[in-house]
Design a protein around this ligand. Structure first.
Ligand SMILES: CC(C)(COP(=O)(O)OP(=O)(O)OC[C@H]1O[C@@H](n2cnc3c(N)ncnc32)[C@H](O)[C@@H]1OP(=O)(O)O)[C@@H](O)C(=O)NCCC(=O)NCCS
Length: 163
């Protein structure tokens, strides 16, 4: 299903006073988005995963502060369920409410199409797990050896949240 985004650009001010503008990913953004992700992910996505956001297979929104990319979120949905595929905030903008604002935006966008949101997260990613728990996600189970690591594999937690 094709997304009909909220009127763009949309703006929020986070609880810490950071002014954010949101807009959907465009082709020209992909290099900058990949550069941000490389700063915060041990195994960042390939370009083809971002290309899928331009075809309507996935949906990606960027958060900018004064014209600078500070974070992004990627989601997909089908048959009443949504999956949060990726979310990242630039290191110098973490703990300032950007992740929460991106999650709120994503939840508002998928709400017409889904009643549950699922995601996977590395068991070692304690900061993301704390973030999701604070945002009312709960643990559904685990996927053993789901993610590659520098030394082998690690399990994923499966989290979910009702909309
Ligand atoms: C997870 C991530 C997106 C959170 O983004 P953020 O903008 O820093 O999060 P927020 O500022 O909106 O945090 C909201 C709340 O989540 C919790 N939280 C966020 N980061 C946390 C951390 N490192 N440790 C503990 N709790 C944390 C806190 O309760 C926080 O509220 P508080 O700052 O008032 O205490 C960010 O840490 C990130 O980009 N991580 C690297 C990429 C990643 O792991 N993505 C998830 C893949 S599954």
């Amino acid at each position: 299903m094709t997304l009909t985004p909220h009127p763009s650009p949309s703006r929020v001010t986070t609880a810490t006073g950071l002014e954010l503008t949101f807009r959907p990913l465009a082709s020209a953004d992909i290099e900058v988005v990949m550069a941000l992700e490389k700063q915060v992910q041990s195994h960042p996505w390939r370009r083809s995963s971002y290309d899928d956001c331009l075809t309507g297979r996935h949906h990606c929104w960027l958060a900018e502060h004064r014209g600078q990319l500070v974070g992004f979120v990627v989601v997909t949905w089908a048959a009443g369920d949504a999956e949060l595929l990726n979310i990242a905030v630039a290191p110098n903008r973490q703990r300032q409410g950007v992740g929460q604002a991106l999650l709120d935006l994503m939840l508002a966008q998928v709400k017409p199409f889904a009643s549950m949101v699922f995601l996977e997260v590395r068991v070692s990613n304690h900061s993301a797990i704390a973030f999701y728990e604070r945002e009312q996600f709960f643990e559904l189970g685990q996927r053993p050896n789901y993610y590659p690591t520098a030394r082998g594999r690690e399990d994923a937690l499966i989290l979910a949240r009702q909309l």
